[in-house]
Design a protein around this ligand. Structure first.
Ligand SMILES: C[S@@+](CC[C@H](N)C(=O)[O-])C[C@H]1O[C@@H](n2cnc3c(N)ncnc32)[C@H](O)[C@@H]1O
Length: 486
């Protein structure tokens, strides 16, 4: 391996994270580290543009609408159909195995190219046994089921289950999700050389690709100056997400607890906090600090040390700009932010109306606290958007009427005049107003607003998203009037 990198100023070294790529010379911010003939020229798996719109990002099954991007999401929404998710795993593993066995002539056109043999893959990637609790059980089931016909004939035999689980471990720990326009997943990329890059929540490099994806457009770029001796670190997850979301994602997808420069301090802090009965100062906050400056420049002026500590934690880890407030209020904000962050996580979105309603009930007091104490323009935007989507799934239109304007106000900061997020939320709000209109006058106003939003959505999405869900509901509610518009 080493000889492939020495002329590039990189070498492979071992540390407590396994192997990693280290610089042997300095690199300037923006420079490309791995590109062209070296690596990434022929990743093992990538999605192809014609499959983006309606296929699973992992196995490329093509039964999905524009909202669902994977068999996993599909299985969440269709309880009776968990089989779909299992078939997805089977397909993605079997496709990789088939490709590796068939050299450069993939049996389907769904993968761009094949770089290495199965032996190369086994050598280059680190299998991680923690990624899937009962992987062996699954592999045995698969090997004994009719789906075993998906796997190359010469692998059949007593070892098929072992080969399947091994291959999945390697695929899981060394695959990167590629996103296309609007950050929608378009496929998995598994490349044995960039698969040597370890993770940090404060990365110094990033994997980049151009869309449309093909084997030659995947590369790694420095995001700051790198000195000789430094490890090249990318982030496997969105580093702007809070720690409580990053950690479980990394654990579930890559099998490790991140103890990087950012997480290490917080891990230690959480261990010390224990039951959170009495929040101590987070690391890096000392009694001598009189004012803490938030990420967005807001100066936090608070009297009590503890309050300052919690403010700083909220600012750094949760992206909430907290201004001067009483100790009690700040504590409420911290509790509410943690509740909203944990409970609104995406996993409950696809579990149907009853579960959504249950979550809403748990979230309601925390949301009220946040809105009361921080106002609408705080930065828990993604969480609030999740709550809005929960309310939509639960059919809780009163919450939608209250919350949608708050989310829109927050979006005004980042999204400018119009974005697909804004368009979706305007549609949800219009539906909610039509559903909750208390009298004829309100219904008329809601109708006029609904027509306006419907026209706007048509202009915004054009022919691209005719099945766009909020637009469809809105159309159903406005059906009489809109027959003439279509
Ligand atoms: C894409 S591979 C990276 C290369 C790997 N270290 C190797 O030896 O092949 C991903 C795996 O590396 C390890 N890893 C990556 N970043 C890590 C980190 N910050 N802390 C601990 N383990 C890490 C985990 O085992 C993870 O599943």
């Amino acid at each position: 391996m080493g000889r492939r990198f020495e002329h590039l100023g990189l070498e492979v070294r071992d540390d407590d994270k396994g192997r990693g790529l280290y610089c042997t010379r300095s690199f300037a911010a923006g420079e490309l580290l791995l590109v062209g003939a070296v690596c990434c020229e022929a990743p093992l798996l990538v999605g192809l543009p014609e499959l983006w719109k309606s296929s699973c990002a992992k196995c490329f099954a093509t039964e999905f609408d524009d909202e669902l991007r994977s068999c996993k999401e599909y299985a969440r929404g269709h309880k009776e159909d968990n089989w779909q998710e299992l078939v997805c795993y089977a397909l993605s593993i079997s496709r990789l195995l088939r490709l590796l066995h068939s050299g450069l002539d993939p049996p389907t056109s769904r993968c761009a190219s094949v770089a290495v043999s199965l032996d190369d893959l086994a050598e280059l990637c680190t299998p991680n046994e923690d990624v899937w609790e009962d992987l062996e059980g699954f592999a045995e089931l698969l090997a004994a089921s009719p789906l075993n016909s998906l796997f190359p004939a010469d692998l059949h035999g007593p070892d098929l289950a072992t080969v399947i689980s091994h291959c999945y471990e390697q695929l899981a720990c060394n695959s990167f999700l590629i996103c296309g326009p609007a950050e929608k997943p378009v496929g998995q990329l598994c490349d044995p050389i960039s698969g040597l890059l370890n993770h940090s929540c404060k990365p110094n490099a990033a994997m980049v690709w151009q869309v449309p994806v093909n084997g030659r457009t995947h590369m790694v770029r420095c995001i700051r100056d790198l000195q000789a001796g430094e490890e090249v670190l990318i982030s496997y997850v969105d580093p702007s997400r809070p720690w409580w979301i990053r950690q479980p994602t990394l654990k579930a997808s890559y099998g490790f607890i991140c103890d990087c420069v950012v997480c290490g301090e917080i891990n230690a802090w959480e261990r010390a906090v224990g039951s959170r009965a009495d929040l101590p100062l987070p690391p890096g906050i000392t009694a001598s600090i009189a004012a803490v400056t938030a990420a967005d420049g807001t100066v936090l002026l608070v009297s009590e040390e503890k309050t300052r500590g919690v403010c700083a934690f909220l600012n750094r880890e949760m992206g909430i700009a907290v201004q001067a407030a009483s100790d009690k209020d700040i504590r409420h904000v911290a509790d509410a932010a943690i509740t909203v962050g944990r409970l609104s996580a995406a996993d409950s979105l696809q579990r149907g109306a009853a579960e959504a309603q249950r979550r809403i009930e748990q979230l309601r007091p925390a949301m009220q606290t946040l809105l009361q104490l921080l106002g609408p323009q705080h930065m828990l935007l993604r969480e609030l958007t999740s709550v809005l989507r929960l309310a939509e799934v639960a059919g809780d239109w009163n919450i939608c009427v209250d919350l949608a304007p708050v989310v829109l106000a927050s979006l005004a900061i980042t999204d400018g005049e119009m974005s697909s997020r804004k368009a979706d939320i305007l549609a949800i709000l219009a539906v909610a107003k039509l559903r909750t209109a208390a009298d004829d006058g309100a219904l008329q106003r809601a109708h006029a607003e609904g027509r306006h939003v419907f026209e706007m959505l048509g202009r915004f999405y054009g022919e691209q998203l005719p099945q766009h869900a909020p637009r469809t509901w809105l159309r159903q509610l406005l059906v009489m009037d809109l027959d003439s518009m279509d």
